[in-house]
Design a protein around this ligand. Structure first.
Ligand code: AMP
Length: 413
């Protein structure tokens, strides 16, 4: 027996049906906001992620599935591929602002745990070409809209502004200076990060680190007037729509490409992995990947985590439909006729099921009941001879006689 790789999931029909429902809803809401779908390959040149996400990030330094002598990598996130496609296909010539969304599988070699997998799916959206605060508000409200459309409560939006490159450079220098005094008290992971990626120490989950970071310099004090006013306008925009938020100056996010606005939506209904959606501005990325300087902002939402939150909130997923009619066959000739009629019904868009196991009439009736079929019609030698059949309504039990060749025109209700 060969089992699936660690950290991957099988979507059996009931799970796949739930996922399809989630995706349908996401697509509907994305289109209300005029976001258009984009699809990119499952793998990209490794260089794209090295340059796009940053060498020192967890993803690039230890989580990538690379192959062919490291030339290619299964995509661990979608922003770099979307920007690659934006530049490669000159999407800026199509319209000055591109509002794009995707639903796609991602691959990260992480330690699997509840809500954290090696293959997972994200719904994400990107606004490319606008640095205006209205773009931040548009994107964040897309994120909150679909979550509230699912009836989710207990959601917390955390938001921050981590400045432009210059502002951040000054901040990081001061942060490093502050943290160096405590370097022997930091967790070993944060100690390493002091030299590689000190910003990430701010969102360490280690108790000692949290205490040390409490009195660290605050990024807001390092923002220039443009980012301060941008931040203020985004917050006012959210307030005007009744979106509740909490400013979190320690929200830096894991990827190197973020600038200015960063945000996260978490749910109290999840354990340690409680962030269901995260994103931010990345005004330098297009240029970094070889395009013209273009501001942009995006978010990604993990669909497995979203499903966990929905289940914790007792969200009522729709049930798969039942067959409208089950054609029961008795005998070889009837079986042949049933194949033809079933096909005609299906071509007319009527959900029809038949027996595939040569079962007795009784066993086929049982199957029809198990499937909760709306109607049942038994076809045997008598029906073939007379050319008439009875269609039984399984709810009321009443039967209607109809010509065998006219079943497809029966008024199913
Ligand atoms: P990130 O791309 O790391 O900013 O993550 C965005 C969202 O994707 C997170 O908030 C999670 O919902 C989801 N996510 C990230 N990594 C994983 C993973 N390994 N397994 C499941 N979901 C994930």
């Amino acid at each position: 027996m060969i089992s699936k790789p660690k950290g991957t999931l099988d979507f059996l029909p009931a799970d796949a049906f739930k996922r399809l429902h989630i995706e349908d809803k996401l697509r509907r809401i994305a289109s209300l906001f005029n976001y258009k779908e984009i699809r990119t390959p499952a793998f990209e040149k490794t260089e794209l992620f090295r340059r796009g996400i940053g060498e020192e990030t967890d993803i690039v330094s230890k989580e990538m599935y690379s192959f062919n002598d490291n030339e290619f990598t299964l995509k661990p996130e979608m922003t770099a591929p979307v920007i690659r496609a934006y530049i490669e296909n000159s999407l800026y010539n199509v319209s000055p602002v591109q509002k794009l969304y995707y639903i796609s599988n991602m691959f990260r070699h992480e330690r699997p745990q509840a809500g954290r997998y090696r293959e997972f799916s994200q719904f994400g959206a990107e606004v490319i070409g606008s640095g205006d605060y209205a773009a931040d508000v548009d994107l964040i409200s897309l994120g909150t809209s679909f979550l509230s459309d699912f009836g989710l409560k207990n959601l917390k939006i955390k938001i921050n502004n981590i400045g432009n490159l210059d502002e951040r450079r000054t901040y990081i220098a001061d942060l490093k200076k502050y943290l160096e005094d405590y370097k022997n008290h930091l967790s070993s992971e944060s100690h390493k990060r002091l030299f590689t990626n000190p910003l990430r120490i701010l969102d360490s989950k280690d108790g000692k680190d949290i205490e040390i970071v409490k009195n660290a310099p605050v990024i807001f004090d390092y923002l220039g007037p443009d980012n301060k006013s941008h931040f203020g306008n985004v917050l006012k925009g959210l307030e005007s729509m009744g979106i509740q938020y909490e400013i979190d100056y320690k929200l830096v996010r894991g990827l190197d490409y973020y600038t200015s606005t960063t945000f996260e939506i978490a749910s109290d209904d999840l354990g340690a992995q409680n962030a269901v959606l995260g994103g931010g501005r990345y005004d330098m990325l297009v240029q970094q990947l070889g395009g013209k300087a273009t501001p942009a902002i995006g978010f990604a939402c993990g669909l497995e985590r979203l499903t966990l939150v929905l289940e914790a909130n007792k969200y009522e997923f729709p049930e798969p439909g039942n067959p409208k009619i089950y054609l029961v066959s008795a005998g070889e000739e009837a079986k042949k006729k049933v194949i033809v009629i079933a096909n005609e019904l299906r071509m007319k868009g009527i959900f029809c099921e038949t027996d595939l196991l040569n079962r007795s009439i009784k066993a086929q009736m049982k199957d029809a009941n198990r499937l909760n079929a709306g109607y049942v019609c038994v076809i045997g030698d008598d029906e073939l001879r007379s050319g008439a059949v009875k269609i039984k309504n399984m709810a009321g039990g009443d039967e209607t006689e109809i010509a065998l060749d006219n079943i497809v025109n029966f008024n199913f209700i």
